[in-house]
Design a binder for this molecule. Structure first.
Ligand code: PEP
Ligand code: MN
Length: 338
């Protein structure tokens, strides 16, 4: 951390800053230039993060040097984190992993039917919400426990891994018994109690980006999980809120290479929630893969007209199979596998 002093800062001002910083066991050096004096803090500046240094008399500005996150940073771990699911599928390596399925688990028959079809088309995980965080309290809220049992049956029959959302910290243990990947939805990215709770279990976590969150806030949300001991976190870009209203959200494609550069954790893209309309899914799925994503999360239903949630952004099995063919060709050009 560097502290730039005002031209009129007194020796007394300087001494006070020095004394308070040193009380945390840190060292301070002072450099007197012709016009300005600057103070540098040596050591881990974490304890100073909540110190209102810019309010101290004589301080012009404070420039932090260290990033606020540490465990998720590529500097902390040079090589890519590869998350191996209990089904054997590895996320974050050479393979592009596609997770597909309905927005919500609706009933046993439709879930099994979709699971078999997406498996046949090459998906490695079945997505489906049992606990649904819906914008309106009058919309379908999910089957809850019954939905988890259906997902488990689909997993046992098809061998697909299951990814499902956890919305309540009290359900983390229960959902961990049914899911291979715990999904933290966009609306819960800032729910720090939930993040801490999924940090305590040994289950991979798919952390969606908050509707209006910056990449830095998202990295810090992941830091909450790693900080509790769970290192198996993957980011999921699902679009952010902008002024543009022709799509449901705006897919921030640049977040993919940015995260790959900044962090060692895998990055998944959800084109369905980003676009909110099915006609754009193929193109933005390809853009996601081309930008370096490690996988996709796509809403698929054999009859989107019957889907109880997010029908407008749900593609059919035939459209999904076609897309998988095209993605396979793209993956091989990129030196990846699908
Ligand atoms: C979902 O995946 O069904 C979902 C609710 O997504 P998001 O949290 O991104 O809105
Ligand atoms: Mn959905």
């Amino acid at each position: 951390m560097i502290i730039v002093l005002k031209p009129e800062a007194s020796e007394e001002n300087q001494e006070r800053i020095k004394k308070d910083i040193e009380s945390f066991g840190l060292k301070v050096w002072v450099s007197r230039g012709e016009f300005r004096t600057i103070m540098g803090v040596i050591g881990d500046e974490t304890p100073l993060r909540d110190m209102p240094l810019s309010l101290y008399p004589g301080v012009e500005k404070v420039i932090p040097i260290l990033k606020p996150y540490r465990l998720v940073d590529r500097e902390h771990k040079g090589e890519d984190t590869i998350i191996t699911l209990s089904t054997g599928t590895a996320i974050g390596g050479k393979e592009i992993v596609v997770m597909a399925g309905p927005c919500s688990v609706e009933n046993r028959e439709s879930t099994l039917k979709i699971a078999r079809s997406v498996k046949k088309a090459g998906a490695k995980a079945l997505r489906g919400g049992a606990f649904k965080p819906r914008t309106s309290p009058y919309s379908f809220q999910g089957l809850g426990m019954e939905g988890l049992k259906i997902l488990k049956e689909a997993r046992e029959e098809t061998g697909l891994a299951v990814v499902t959302e956890v919305t309540d910290p009290r359900n983390v243990g229960l959902i961990s018994e049914y899911a291979d990947i715990l999904q933290i939805g966009a609306r819960n990215m800032h729910n720090y109690d939930l993040l801490k709770e999924v940090g305590k279990v040994r289950k991979p976590v798919l952390l969606k980006r908050g509707l209006s969150s910056t990449v830095k806030e998202w990295l810090l949300a992941a830091e909450y999980i790693l900080n509790q001991g769970n290192n198996e976190v993957m980011f999921c870009e699902r679009g952010i809120r902008t002024f543009e209203d022709s799509t449901r959200f705006t897919l921030d494609i640049s977040a993919v290479p940015l995260l790959k550069k900044t962090s060692h954790l895998p990055v998944i893209v959800d084109p369905s929630h980003a676009a909110g309309r099915k006609d754009l899914i193929p193109a933005i799925s390809k853009a996601a893969i081309a930008s370096g994503a490690d996988g996709l999360l796509i809403e698929v239903h054999f009859d989107p007209l019957q889907a109880l949630s997010d029908a407008l952004q749900t593609i059919t099995i035939a459209e999904f199979s076609q897309l998988m063919e095209e993605l396979r060709a793209l993956a091989s050009v990129l030196g990846r596998k699908l």
